[in-house]
Design a protein around this ligand. Structure first.
Ligand code: MRU
Length: 360
């Protein structure tokens, strides 16, 4: 029997019986495709924290499903007490990772649904079930629209560079930064995609180069420190990256190393595009300086992925998981409601006006 491609799996979903969050354990990729069925809040929190499920949109949908599962466990009783326990569960899941705004956005949306639903536990659970499935479907639709909008910025045969994994594995399907690549590929664009390996957790090597090459896209993996050379050689026509939070002024937090790529793109005159669903744009965060950057264990730098430790015992490390790309380095922010350009304070507000108009 032919092996299923990674692209045939949903990154995140609710099991058919509605009792478990189903994810691909991304820490095992590309060597092994293993689905995890998670039911307990502790294991869902751990899966988000340990990056078994990762990428801003994917952790948002995973948390939404996780909160629905929490609601199933909360004993029916007085409505106020039920909502309080739901809030405690949302706070707990939200504490798993601080930078990607999709996590708090998804949990807030689920809680809002609960508050707006008349009745008791049974009615609220049913509404949360519908809402998490709606968010799952929306993620797919939004990524398709990101693909169309991103594709309008490039030409057939272009060389594209991406950093980290803003691919199918970071969303339910298609990805954000990779959505124009998948769409262009389906339309015969013949892109050449360069993937930064993305130290220290290697999302570019383990995930992006895996999913893009599985799709038959011409994919070349490079180490992070080779991005300057491929740009200098003229091999890159555009950079597409995803993001974890866009501030109101257009500063964008994404995987550590993105800022360096943006600086290089400016130096070599390559357009630098951030692809962001509106759920990743946080108008309540004024600038990049206000974004909390997650710091992770130095073990990820010194030991993880190596057969033996590659740094002296006791050496000091600093391991921020994200950096902030200043808005003046960003050529455009691609959203599902159109392409925003500087000044971002105005153009991002316009994007939200379009979003509100579309929802009426
Ligand atoms: O730490 P990770 O792997 O969750 O970081 C992911 C990224 O930085 C992605 O580029 C970002 O979430 C955008 S995903 C569409």
């Amino acid at each position: 029997m032919a092996m299923k491609s990674i692209l045939e799996y949903d990154t995140v979903s609710l099991s058919d019986d509605g009792a478990a969050l189903v994810i691909i354990d991304q820490t095992l990729l590309p060597g092994e495709i293993k689905l995890l069925h998670l039911t307990g809040q502790n294991e869902i929190w751990e899966a988000i924290q340990a990056l078994r499920v990762r990428g801003a949109p994917a952790i948002g949908v995973a948390a939404a499903i996780g909160l629905y599962l929490a609601a199933r466990e909360i004993k029916a009783g007085e409505r106020g007490a039920f909502l309080e326990r739901l809030h405690a569960a949302a706070e707990y899941l939200n504490s798993a990772r601080p930078t990607a705004v999709n996590l708090s956005w998804a949990l807030r949306r689920m809680e809002r649904t609960a508050h707006q639903t008349a009745g008791g536990a049974e009615e609220i659970r049913a509404a949360l079930h519908r809402e998490c499935l709606a968010m799952w479907q929306e993620d797919i639709d939004v990524c398709r629209r990101l693909g169309e909008n991103g594709l309008s910025l490039v030409r057939p045969g272009d060389g594209l560079l991406t950093h980290c994994n803003a691919g199918q594995l970071a969303t339910v399907r298609y990805g954000t930064a990779t959505a124009p690549m998948y769409l262009g590929h389906a339309r015969g664009y013949g892109f050449h995609v360069y993937c930064d390996e993305t130290r220290p957790l290697l999302q570019g090597a383990r995930l992006t180069s895996f999913e893009l090459s599985s799709a038959g896209i011409d994919t070349t993996l490079i180490c992070d420190n080779m991005a300057a050379s491929v740009m200098k050689k003229g091999l890159i026509d555009a950079v597409f990256v995803g993001c974890d939070r866009v501030a109101a002024n257009g500063d964008a937090a994404n995987k550590i190393g993105t800022l360096g790529v943006a600086v290089l793109a400016k130096r070599f005159g390559v357009p630098f595009y951030v692809v962001a669903p509106s759920s990743t744009i946080d108008l309540h965060t004024p600038t990049g300086a206000d974004i909390v950057i997650e710091e992770r264990s130095g073990d990820e730098i010194c030991r993880m992925w190596y057969e033996k430790r590659m740094a002296p015992e006791g050496v000091k490390t600093w391991n921020p998981a994200f950096d902030v790309t200043d808005n003046d380095l960003i050529s455009a922010i691609v959203t599902e409601y159109g392409v925003a350009r500087a000044p971002y304070t105005e153009s991002l507000r316009d994007i939200f006006c379009k979003k509100e108009a579309a929802q009426i």
